[in-house]
Ligand binder design. Structure first.
Ligand code: FMN
Length: 222
């Protein structure tokens, strides 16, 4: 028999994958009434269990006419209103989409914990003072990289990128300022859903919804 085409190898195998989720449960009484505390608690669990990239969140944005795109961001903080903070290039594809359509969804999947978190809400730019403060904590190579990379733009070659990095180094040395096009956003949720895998696909799903008098918690069918 001839070797199947590469694109058949995975697609046949994934049909047969079956994993029953059984490590934990999630009840209304287990969660904090404030999703900011709950997000913090689940992030702490992810950190403690040493999963890879515990703060990696898939961020979905959409164009003004509703065409979605998604990519991974590293979350750098959780605010009192349960907003998650991330940093990027304001002129990148996501930056432009968030400017034109300031709503987004964030998703954490901690496979080892059998947990998913979905965060939906509106987007705000962080103040310059916060951007400067966080930029200053980044390693030098990352600070220079923020100057070197016109994120999401086509570039002719790797060599062009390396040359831009060398230029940034020559220009700024050991103390690059924050580029005006680089900074953070807050995703301010109106909805936060916690998902805990359970056997037989009867998973636990608890959802926080923000109303005029604060957060309420409900349960959704899996
Ligand atoms: C684990 C991981 C973490 C990432 N963290 C960030 C981040 O914090 N900020 C960022 O701008 N890009 C980050 N990226 C790269 C983005 O996923 C994406 O490629 C880039 O921001 C360009 O996206 P855009 O063209 O949609 O704007 C990360 C990628 C991975 C896989």
């Amino acid at each position: 028999m001839s070797d199947p085409a590469p694109h058949h190898r995975a697609s046949d195998a994934i049909l047969a994958l079956r994993h029953d989720f059984a490590s934990a449960t999630l009840a209304e009484g287990d969660v904090h009434p404030d999703p900011a505390h709950q997000l913090d608690a689940w992030l702490a669990d992810a950190l403690a269990s040493q999963v890879n990239e515990p703060n990696a969140m898939t961020l979905a944005t959409a164009t003004a006419d509703g065409r979605p795109s998604a990519r991974v961001m590293l979350v750098r903080g959780i605010d009192h209103d349960a907003a998650v903070r991330f940093f990027t290039n304001y002129e990148s594809r996501k930056g432009r989409e968030l400017e034109a359509n300031p709503f987004a969804a964030g998703l954490f999947f901690w496979s080892e914990l059998e947990r998913q978190v979905r965060i939906e809400g509106s987007i705000e730019r962080l103040p310059d003072a916060d951007n400067d403060a966080y930029f200053a904590t980044r390693p030098l190579a990352s600070r220079l990289g923020a100057w070197a990379s016109p994120q999401s733009q086509p570039i002719a070659s790797r060599a062009v990128l390396d040359a831009r990095e060398a230029d940034a180094q020559a220009r700024f040395g050991a103390d690059p300022p924050r580029p005006p096009h680089w900074g953070g956003f807050r995703l301010v949720p109106t909805r936060v859903e916690l998902w805990q895998g359970r056997p037989s696909r009867l998973h636990d799903r608890l959802v926080y919804t923000r109303g005029p008098s604060g957060w309420t918690i409900g349960r959704l069918a899996p």
